[in-house]
Each structure stands twice: as structure tokens, then as C-alpha cells.
Design a protein around this ligand. Sequence first.
Ligand code: SF4
Length: 318
Amino acid sequence: MKALLEVKQVSKEFVIGNILSREKILAVDQVSFEIKASEIFTLAGESGCGKTTMARMILGFEEPTAGEIMYSKEGPKGEKKVWFTQGFQAIFQNPFETFNPLRKVDSYLFETVFNYKLAADRDEAIGLIDSKLRSVGLSYDEVSGKYPSEFSGGQLQRISIARALLTDPALLIADEPVSMVDASIRMSIVNLFKSLKEDLGMSILYITHDLATAYYLGGQIAIMFRGNIMEMGNVEKVLMEPKHPYTKLLRESIPEADPSRRWKDKITITELEHEEYLRKGCKFAGRCPEVMEKCKAQAPETVIVDDVYVKCHLYCSA
Ligand code: SF4
């Protein structure tokens, strides 16, 4: 099946420091992957792994330093941007930052409808808004005339999703969408993503540090560490039979019955983040329980092992 989105050898370099000491950091380092129509693709990793920078490049908020991001479909001649903004929609981590506390929430929904010329008049707009709110378990009457403070974080995140759905996007980019909502409603939002894929055929780029929800959603997963994809393939295969030492550490820490076993707590940062980015060999060498001499000098190639992409010297023949 043709890819909806193709990311080819994409890198993003940032310069950090001041005029006296400047360093270049590759926040994303030659990353390649593709997302097919009606597919859930998860980018997973701890904070600072490059997953949000990758999403920002896909959304056009950042220009790649190198590589290409290609979309399978373009709008009418000369209107690529129109298709792009309608074809991809994003929802972000903090629903309270999405909405201005002094502005009524429904005004955002009307704004999207009229900006994209999705309805001819207010009545038609209300009908469309109501149908999208109902698809996330709310209704226009529940939202109309209210300010953000009158909703819970979970409700606001649902309204963000409804707003994103107004344009019938081909791809929904969800950046840590459940990390700031109550655990009790987290699964209802994750289930909503599942039904968007299954019922509407929507593709979803799910960005998370939470492997449990990634596993539940299924599809494909790329595990990122310091700008590199360390392992990529079918979610079940990658998480149930992890090959890369980093994935193994993450896998051991998937929260199960005891929520205190969150992997974020388990993995200790032994080096400063930027030192890991600047590391010459494998970026994970400072923490890897299976590190070898060559790992410190030479970055591994990515190889395919049992249909899974792995970037680790343990699997390279040379
Ligand atoms: Fe560990 Fe070496 Fe593999 Fe990196 S390349 S993950 S340091 S074994």
C-alpha cells in the first residue's frame, strides 16, 4: 500500500550554547519511516529523544536540516499548503494551553469551520460541530457558550480532537495527548483513537513515552533515543520480543499492575542529555548493559532482523 507520509533520511540540527561555546546537536539524525493509510504509527521514547522535533517537522513548524518529508497527496495545483493543513491535524499534550482561558471554547470550533469554508452559514456550522463533538462523546449543547475553566482536562482534550476532526484529516498527529489527563479517562481517549482508525480509516501518528498505550493501540512503532530510531517494526513484535538493549530496558518497565513501575522512574539518567547527543559511537553506549568497545567509537548501522529494524552492533555482521 502506498505510504500516506514518507520520512526519508531526515535530520534536524540545533545550535546550543552562547557565543563563546557553541555546539551543534542533531536532535533528529537521519530518521526514515513511513505511515500508510489507516495505520497507527507510534514514535516512542523518553523526553528529549527527538520525537516532538520530528512531529514539528512533519507539521511544517520546523524545516529539516537534511532529508525529505513527502505526502502522498497534494491539493489542487499550487495549493499544497491547503491540502497539507487540512490533511494533517495535530493535538498536543496540554489541553489547557490549546485554549485561551478568556475565550469561549466553541469559538475555536466555529473559527476552524469558517477558516476552512466547511459550512455556508451558522446553522450548518453547528450541525458539523455537533457531529464531530458527538464522535468524541460530547455535544454542541454541552460545549456552547462555555469557557475552558468549565471543562475537565479530559473534556478539553476531547474538544481538541473534535476540532481536529472538523477537516476530516487523513492523518492525526497526537503529541503526548494523554499524559496530562486523569488516568481514569486516559483509556477512553486511547479507545477513541482506535475507533478513528477502525471506523473512519484515519491514520494516527501517536507520540508518547507510554509504551502500555502504544501496545494497546497496535500498528507500527519506532523507538527513539537521542535523535535515532533504535528499533522499528510491528508494535507487538517490538515490545514482546525486543531486540535492541534500549527497547529491552523500556519493555521491562511497561507499567503493569503497579503504576509506580513507570519506566521513566526506572531508567536513571547517568549522563547529561547533551553529552549523549554528542557521543560519537552508539548514543546508548553510556547506559547499555551490553556495551562493547566498538560501540563507543562507531555508530551502528540499521539492519533488518526478523522484519524489525534494529540499530545495534549486536546485530551487525561486520
Ligand atoms: Fe548497546 Fe552497543 Fe548495541 Fe549500542 S550498539 S545498544 S552500546 S550493544
